[in-house]
Design a binder for this molecule. Structure first.
Ligand SMILES: [Zn+2]
Length: 846
């Protein structure tokens, strides 16, 4: 195959002028399928070696081998001249080298390049189109872009790279820019000899050129979606390791930060091995490069064989980064590497099916965490994805997992968090419904059937959804599509009746309640809900019944002492128990909470706090599910509690009549947990416990529990006297302690120093300002930063009036942050109106 490179490099290009512009009749911007690409040969020569960034540019050629699938008189591909890409020297020949070009027209509206051949094309014929390229390289995050950075010994440096998803490649070279046109790619990159060039595949040869330039020729890529193509030219260092199958894994970063690349390297190597086993399908290429781009690009991209990341999210330094950032790096690598199978090997047919790339991958990224970092899949997916997306998916402005993407220009809609997080949650729900073994078996089958192809949801369902309990395949598809084709999700209300037993009823859940739904749904906002039930004698999470209509009886739970719905929080719905059931559940939590899986202990709190906030009942009902927590050691449950109760803590804590009550209750929960976990980290314990400890310590020191403040004080002294900085996760707690006790100017020194610190430490030190009672040192610039914090503490009408007067005096009533502060104040007052008395009574009685 490499021979064709030589043939084409010897082309003498004929010049053609673009013969005019036409208007499109294709308003959706979709390409016809009469001519499809088979392969591309791209020769690219970037020029970014001066410091004149305005003149960074590239030239090159693209040769596309195409096949005619339906008789046609036109070849239509994508081209966007908005960034100034100039095309010239068009040539169209058949496989015998016979010239076929009549002329070329451009349709700017449709972003089409229309190549008109001198005769009609017949089915099965192959042709080569060759075009010369001249374009710019920009200070951007997309397209062909550059990043500038400082290197200690070398000064100002630049690197260049590309990003094409969903439709940017057309501004860099003319191409078939849709995910279903999969092709093979060969690159020839001309570069200065001191730099390296990278793309999907390995370099096969390097030929010398004039002026200290060389041309790297790369191997053919696998058949892949065009957006998965990437190239880069860098002067970076790398670290390297090999998988057990001999795949070469590298992380490239600028020299000054290459020693922070080891975590990513280890995670990437082991994740490739992990997925190879789990998916029964080894990674397809012989190398995988991970490139740390020194720029806040705000994405990582799974380009096959050359994954690109923002440097700040790929590199990890235990001296500077908090523990969550270690997990973030690992999870990000796992996400991008899962894409090598879901996205690269099998690809969504069109952008409305993007969940096949992103939803499945979002689920997959949590799978290796247990074996690689000791973190539980459920814990991570519930906290990082599920709880958050259920908040945004309760809005009437939400989007479907399979959204309508009628035109090319709607394609960026496909990349909403719903596609990722809800898509991932639905895959988790599917795994629970199929059972672990069946799920992985079907995923493996799907990979083998659809490898190197593009698929629709319907085609994927054919493989993933077996007939079951008399349900046909179509019925199964319809059930699962109720989750994919309509926005929002159901609330399941469970009631217990002495005569008829337990029953469930589904409602379309919206939060806040009073939103109007104007968007029609093909499923009329009825979901097919896989109901899973836990009882004292059955903890399995298999579906016991499908709630396909609005109501159903639950004979399964007759005679059971207690039961819970939504085992391990795998279902994408909320549950509202009636008061009889709630008190039974609360009794079980108090007497023996370990009977209930931790995911469900968290779920009870998350649902109850959410429903209370949405006006279903008052907050004391939610707090009732926290009474066992002095014994609770699961991070998922604690994080859910902290999130759910923060408003209660803040507002009741600000009122004289309730501040002691709420404080005493929280101390009652946190004290035993703090005593048990201790202040100091232990080497042998898992990441989850370490993360929990940081959260508990923050509050233990705040409430002055046990020896917490003494311990923090010791660390503060070491910091100021010996320059021994605390662990990144402890900076806030320790700086806060310093703010409280430091009598000399030790804290001020840390504050001054903090300004030049890494982002995390800087923010932690700045946040510790609020630990200081005396806020007089805050300048006007900080006023608005703390305005919303101040407003969040407003608990009576008088304070709201004072805030309003203060803003009036400052002539700031039209300032948006000022008015939103007043809104926050008003929300607080209405919250207190509803919840203060019930909570006060509850706190007094327990
Ligand atoms: Zn992704």
């Amino acid at each position: 195959m490499t021979d064709s490179f030589i043939t084409f490099s010897l082309f003498i290009f004929l010049s053609f002028l673009l013969s005019g512009q036409v208007r499109s009749d294709r308003l959706d911007g979709r390409l016809p399928k009469s001519v499809v690409p088979l392969s591309y040969i791209l020769r690219i020569r970037p020029d970014f070696y001066s410091n004149d960034t305005n003149n960074f540019k590239y030239n090159g050629t693209v040769n596309i081998l195409m096949e005619c699938r339906f008789p046609t008189d036109q070849i239509v591909l994508n081209y966007d001249d908005e960034d100034g890409l100039i095309l010239s020297d068009f040539r169209l020949v058949d496989t015998d080298g016979v010239d076929l070009l009549h002329n070329v027209t451009i349709d700017n509206d449709a972003e089409f390049l229309i190549v008109n051949p001198s005769r009609s094309l017949a089915v099965g014929e192959n042709f080569w189109l060759t075009v010369r390229l001249n374009g710019g390289i920009f200070d951007d995050r997309f397209g062909f872009f550059y990043a500038g950075y400082e290197e200690k010994d070398l000064g100002q440096r630049y690197m260049v790279s590309t990003f094409f998803v969903p439709k940017i490649a057309r501004a860099v070279f003319p191409c078939f820019d849709e995910p279903s046109f999969k092709s093979r790619f060969k690159l020839i990159i001309e570069r200065k000899s001191e730099y390296s060039s990278l793309t999907s595949t390995r370099r096969v040869r390097t030929a010398p050129m004039t002026n200290d330039f060389v041309a790297d020729e790369f191997d053919w890529s696998p058949i892949m979606p065009l957006y998965s193509l990437c190239w880069a030219v860098v002067d970076f260092a790398y670290v390297e390791s090999f998988t057990t199958d001999g795949v070469r894994v590298r992380v490239y970063a600028r020299r000054d930060r290459i020693d922070e690349a080891n975590l990513a390297l280890q995670m990437a190597t082991r994740t490739l091995e992990y997925f190879g086993d789990k998916l029964d399908y080894n990674y397809t290429l012989s190398k995988l490069d991970n490139l740390a781009i020194p720029k806040e690009i705000g994405y990582a991209m799974e380009h096959w064989g050359l994954v690109t990341y923002a440097e700040s999210s790929l590199l990890y330094n235990s001296e500077k980064n908090i523990l969550r950032e270690k997990i973030r790096t690992a999870k990000l690598v796992m996400h991008e590497l899962a894409h090598q199978w879901f996205g690269n090997l099998i690809t969504c047919e069109w952008w409305n099916h993007t969940w096949i790339n992103e939803g499945i991958t979002e689920f997959m990224q949590f799978v290796p965490l247990k074996s690689l970092l000791g973190l539980d899949h459920s814990e991570m997916q519930i906290l990082d994805d599920l709880q958050r997306i259920q908040v945004s998916d309760a809005l009437n402005t939400s989007q479907e997992v399979i959204p309508d993407i009628p035109t090319v220009w709607d394609s960026s809609k496909a990349f909403s968090r719903i596609t990722y997080n809800k898509g991932g949650a639905i895959v988790r729900m599917l795994r629970s419904d199929l059972g672990e073994n069946e799920f992985w078996k079907r995923i493996q089958t799907a990979l083998k059937i659809f490898q190197y192809k593009s698929v629709t949801t319907d085609q994927l369902w054919d493989v993933l959804l077996p007939e079951e309990n008399g349900d046909t395949l179509n019925e199964r598809k319809r059930k699962w599509n109720t989750w994919m084709e309509q926005i929002n999700y159901p609330l399941i209300r469970v009631t217990l009746d002495a005569k008829s037993g337990a029953s469930v009823q589904q409602f379309h859940y919206l939060d806040p309640k009073d939103q109007i739904i104007s968007k029609p749904s093909p499923h009329n906002y009825i979901w097919s809900v896989p109901i899973t039930i836990i009882t004292a004698d059955d903890m399995s999470n298999t579906t016991v019944r499908w709630l396909v209509n609005e109501t159903a009886h639950l004979p399964e739970v007759n005679g059971k002492e207690w039961f819970l719905l939504n085992s391990q929080q795998v279902g994408f719905y909320r549950v509202d128990y009636d008061s009889t059931l709630r008190s039974k559940i609360s009794d079980i939590l108090k007497s023996d909470f370990s009977q209930i899986p931790y995911e469900n202990r968290a779920l009870l709190l998350d649902d109850a706090f959410t429903l209370a906030r949405n006006g279903y009942y008052t907050e004391d009902v939610a707090m009732e599910f926290s009474r066992h927590m002095s014994q609770e050691r699961e991070r998922t449950v604690w994080e859910t509690f902290f999130k759910g109760s923060q408003q209660i803590e803040r507002l009741l804590g600000s009122l004289n009549e309730t501040s002691n009550l709420i404080r005493n209750y929280l101390v009652h929960l946190i004290d035993p947990t703090y005593q048990d976990l201790g202040f100091d980290e232990r080497d042998e314990e898992g990441l989850s416990i370490k993360l929990l400890r940081f959260e508990i310590i923050k509050r233990a020191c705040n409430f002055n529990i046990g020896n917490c403040r003494n311990k923090a004080e010791e660390l503060f002294q070491r910091w100021t006297e010996l320059g021994d900085k605390p662990k990144p996760d402890m900076v806030y707690t320790v700086a806060c302690q310093g703010a409280l006790t430091s009598t000399d100017n030790g804290w001020d020194a840390i504050y001054e120093k903090g300004k030049s610190e890494e982002r995390n430490n800087r923010l932690a030190i700045l946040r510790s300002l609020s630990c200081k009672d005396d806020k007089s040192s805050l300048g006007r610039g900080a006023k608005y930063a703390i305005l919303s914090t101040m407003a969040s503490f407003i608990v009576d009408q008088q304070e709201l009036i004072e805030l309003r007067e203060f803003l009036e005096n400052e002539d700031e009533l039209n300032n948006p942050s000022a008015t939103s502060a007043i809104d926050i104040g008003e929300i607080n007052l209405s919250w207190l109106d509803k919840n203060k008395e019930p909570l006060k009574r509850w706190l007094e009685e327990i």
